[in-house]
Design a protein around this ligand. Sequence first.
Ligand SMILES: Nc1ncnc2c1ncn2[C@@H]1O[C@H](COP(=O)(O)OP(=O)(O)OP(=O)(O)O)[C@@H](O)[C@H]1O
Ligand SMILES: [Mg+2]
Length: 497
Amino acid sequence: MALFRELGMSEQVLHSVENMGFEEATPIQEQTIPKALEGKDLIGQAQTGTGKTAAFGIPLVEKIEAGAEQLQGIVLSPTRELAVQVAEELNKIGQFKGIQTLPIYGGQEIDRQIRALKKRPQIIVATPGRLMDHMRRKTIRLSEIKIVVLDEADEMLNMGFVEDIHTILQEVPENRQTLLFSATMPRSIQNLAQRFMKEPELISVKAKEVTVANIEQHYLEVQEKQKFDVLCRLLDMQSPELAIVFGRTKRRVDELAEGLNKRGYSAEGIHGDLTQSKRDSVLRQFKEGTIEILVATDVAARGLDISGVTHVYNFDIPQDPESYVHRIGRTGRAGKTGLAVTFVTPREIGQLRMIEQLTKRKMIRKPIPTLVEAIEGQQRITMEKLMRVIDEEDLSPYKGLATDLLEETDSVTLLAAALKMLTKEPDAVEVHLTDVAPLRSKGAHRGPFDQRGYRGNDRGRGSNNRGSGNDRGGFGKDRGRRDNKRSGWNPSSFPKE
Ligand SMILES: Nc1ncnc2c1ncn2[C@@H]1O[C@H](COP(=O)(O)OP(=O)(O)OP(=O)(O)O)[C@@H](O)[C@H]1O
Ligand SMILES: [Mg+2]
């Protein structure tokens, strides 16, 4: 991998990158930064967790004129949490050049954002809905924008967002530079992108597979009714450090989180119906490790960079193959290893094979764990904890008590009782989950579905989508107040070059 110094960066940004602990550039950074610095439009594709944020963030910051008052760069992001995360990374990259980046997203009081905008950030990272709110209020003007980035670009250009992107880009000067990045970039999206880019160069980091090699990918064939008990046994056996469990709908997420807590796991759900403050606190608790399991809908699948996520469980198999790539990419980041386990009911095997076709990687079929294996898993955890206490803790206050007890009971019985007390035994507390609708067959065209048979992204329009609505956009996508006079719009009306 190349050193950042060889990529033509300024001393200030080199200083920032060094400060961030980055020694060498990742392949996507090495291949895109020099070209982006030359001003080229780029479509960058690289596996999850391989540094795409800095790949666009470094040239973006380099292009910004420090000290200039006007807004010069925008990054568009599909979810609120991703907007916040990317803004944090851009502020780190811009810190020694004095470039300020502000996240703009729904769910945060707009007056607070208007006040923050008065401090003249040079870059904003925005979810489209709230950005369009500001555009209507004239609290954000895009007339001086020099560079636009679409992060998770294939998501930003699919049915749910593409109109908004069109509306936003109409306000941005034609002579802008445009960069698109994602771990997945279907051909249809690349074609669509051509319409609003200037001879973009596609830079796809050559990898044997679309997914990250060091993420082990397992699947279990289970009946719907077995899923919850099997999940608990896996958690007991694999004892993840931090785990993300993906469910297909908001209601599923709520029920799973509740059921896991009933069984003694520390879990919280996150999806598009929660208030922003609830989402922030759940994510914070997960990052701090206060909760060990984050139960999420698909919208939390993309981009979130949380170190320490060792396991991803697809409790419900994702609707589309691209979503699978992004979900499991929440583990195995920045070169670490990870384990992804997908539950498949017999009727969903076809969907699994479609995913394997996209990822060019066979998932390994694993047997359903037995109760004994689950108990053994928990016993192993107890032993490890016990040995750690012996190595690390001061036991003197307990030695007298131990001696007294040993006069009454033999040591094996005593220790067995202690082990039983300490071991979380698989709890058979009854947990009932509402069935989710079976996967739609591919290409089902009913109403506002795109070619993948997928309902146009849910806007998180609150609880009317609680049950069946797939929640891809509610988590962060905020429509703001859409002017509903807009006629139906199709991507082909992007300005032709
Ligand atoms: N050159 C580098 N050296 C070391 N770590 C890096 C480097 N570049 C990025 N990272 C770290 O790697 C992790 C993943 O980076 P990032 O979130 O940008 O990945 P990504 O490609 O955008 O992933 P996704 O497709 O999931 O959005 C982050 O913690 C980031 O700080
Ligand atoms: Mg990313």
